[in-house]
Every structure is written in structure tokens, then in C-alpha cells.
Design a protein around this ligand. Structure first.
Ligand code: MLT
Length: 267
């Protein structure tokens, strides 16, 4: 074993300082996990605990989140993956991104196709923001500037979990809320702008050459099942796994099924 998950490590890259968790054996195939917005590497603890039996698992904080610092944009996040792998002396890895993490994974595989052996896209999509979605991001920014993160966090929480899981106030629900509220306001604002300005990747799907798995919570309201189905239909040979009783945070809401889907896909 390298490190139990939860033990934070740090690495300096060319344009960023990154905090990350690592679990598993150095000689095992690598999976790199990329968190969504506005979360951090902790959202992957349940994957590191289970999947590190067979894989070397790495989950890092994107700049602005957790202990990481550096530029905030989808392009710089994608470039950072290449830099991170270079500094860690990892030639190839499976990449697993949830939501914004999926936007980043898709851009990274377009820019650095030789780096990735497998693509795992969870609760994500390839479209760019519509004008309406952009407008919504900028009005959210106005609310945050006036009121801070509390109102934003409450509204956001209702959209990312099933109603049942939110009501049950599971410990992962509390952790995610605490993560959102402890994120710097300027990071949340900068990321909302980065999300609004991100490029589409739908036109790249047909060129994907690596085995791909699409996972989506059946009750996802943010990146709904029809987006997962579009990825599935347009990435050559892709597999899809829809998880019942899960919304946008499918890895937290259905960890056993989520981990099993990844293990089956990679083994
Ligand atoms: C995420 O979970 O990363 C975000 O909800 C993505 C988005 O807002 O587009």
C-alpha cells in the first residue's frame, strides 16, 4: 500500500500546487479521479477505500479547492492533469471524472490522448452551456456576491441528491454541504465563470479510441440521463450503467454499485 486514503500529500507542478490522496499499490494500474463543482478530493474516499484493492487510486484537489492553488479554468485543469502525471511519473492512467470532472476528463483526453487508457464519465455531459445556462450562472454569481454561499449551497444541495438521501441527511450529505460552505467565495465565482465559458466536446466523441464507461444516477437533474445516453451513443463502443436511487452524486449515493461498475469495466 502507498497511502491510506485521507492522508493528504502535496506536489508542486509548473503552474500549481496540488494536494492529493493516494491509495493502492504502486505497481497496479492507475485510476485518477477528478471531482465536480464545488467539491474536493474527499468525495472519492469511498472509491479509494474499495478500488485500491486492485488499482493505484489518486484523487486530487483542483486548484482553488481543498489545499490546491493555481488557475481556475477547464482548459488549465485539463493541462494540469498532463503535468500531474508527468511529475508523478505516470505514463498512462484510467481517468474518472464526475460532472465538472467529466468536462475536464473529456478536454484532457482530446488534448492528451496518449495519456489515458480508459475513460469513465460520471453524471456529466459534452455540451457547452446554452445562453440560458450561462445567464443562470451569472445570476448565481450575483446572489453569491450579495449573500455569500449559504443560499447557493442550500439550493444546490436540493439538486444534487435524491430527495430521500437529502432528507435522511446521510453523513456524505453533511460532508458535501460542509465542503461547499468551506470553499472560498472567489473560487466558486471563478469556477462558475469557467463552467459558463467551457468548450463543448460532443464533436470529439466519435474520435475517442479508449474503452469508455458512462455512469449516471437515474434521478440526476443537473446532467440528466439523456446526456449520459448521448455520450453512450456517440463514443464508439462505450458502455453505460444507470444507477437507481441516485441523483447527481452517484458515487456517494450508490457507492457499492458505482465501485462494482468500475471494477467490472477495468478488470
Ligand atoms: C458539477 O457537479 O460539477 C456541476 O454541477 C457541473 C455544472 O454545474 O455544470
Amino acid at each position: 500500500m502507498i497511502q491510506p486514503s485521507g492522508r493528504e500529500l502535496e506536489i508542486r507542478l509548473n503552474k500549481a500546487t496540488i494536494t492529493y490522496n493516494e491509495a493502492g499499490k504502486k505497481e497496479d494500474p492507475v485510476i485518477i479521479f477528478i471531482h465536480g463543482f464545488p467539491f474536493d478530493k474527499k468525495m472519492w474516499d469511498g472509491q479509494l477505500d474499495r478500488l485500491s484493492r486492485n488499482f493505484r487510486c489518486l484523487a486530487f484537489d483542483l486548484p482553488g479547492y481543498g489545499g490546491s492553488t493555481g488557475d481556475i479554468s477547464i482548459e488549465s485543469y485539463a493541462d494540469l492533469l498532463d503535468d500531474f502525471m508527468h511529475m508523478m511519473q505516470i505514463d498512462r492512467a484510467a481517468i474518472c471524472g464526475l460532472s465538472m470532472g467529466g468536462y475536464i476528463a473529456l478536454r484532457a483526453i482530446v488534448k492528451y490522448p496518449e495519456r489515458f487508457s480508459h475513460l469513465i464519465l460520471c453524471d456529466t455531459q459534452c455540451i457547452a452551456d446554452s445562453d440560458e445556462a450561462k445567464k443562470k450562472r451569472y445570476s448565481t454569481i450575483e446572489v453569491i456576491e450579495k449573500e455569500g454561499l449559504v443560499t447557493f449551497a442550500e439550493g444546490f444541495m436540493k439538486n444534487i441528491f435524491t430527495e430521500k438521501n437529502l432528507q435522511a441527511n446521510e453523513s456524505y450529505v453533511q460532508t458535501i454541504k460542509a465542503t461547499i460552505l468551506s470553499t472560498k467565495t472567489e473560487t466558486v465565482i471563478a469556477t462558475l465563470k469557467a463552467l459558463a465559458e467551457r468548450m463543448e466536446t460532443c464533436s470529439n466523441l466519435k474520435d475517442m479510441k479508449v474503452p469508455s464507461l458512462i455512469i449516471c444516477g437515474e434521478e440526476d437533474k443537473i446532467t440528466p440521463v439523456k446526456q449520459a445516453q448521448f455520450l453512450h451513443e456517440n463514443i464508439p463502443g462505450a458502455k453505460i450503467k444507470l444507477l437507481s436511487a441516485a441523483a447527481h452524486m452517484s458515487n456517494l449515493e450508490q457507492p457499492a454499485l458505482f465501485n462494482e461498475a468500475i471494477s467490472e469495466f477495468l478488470m
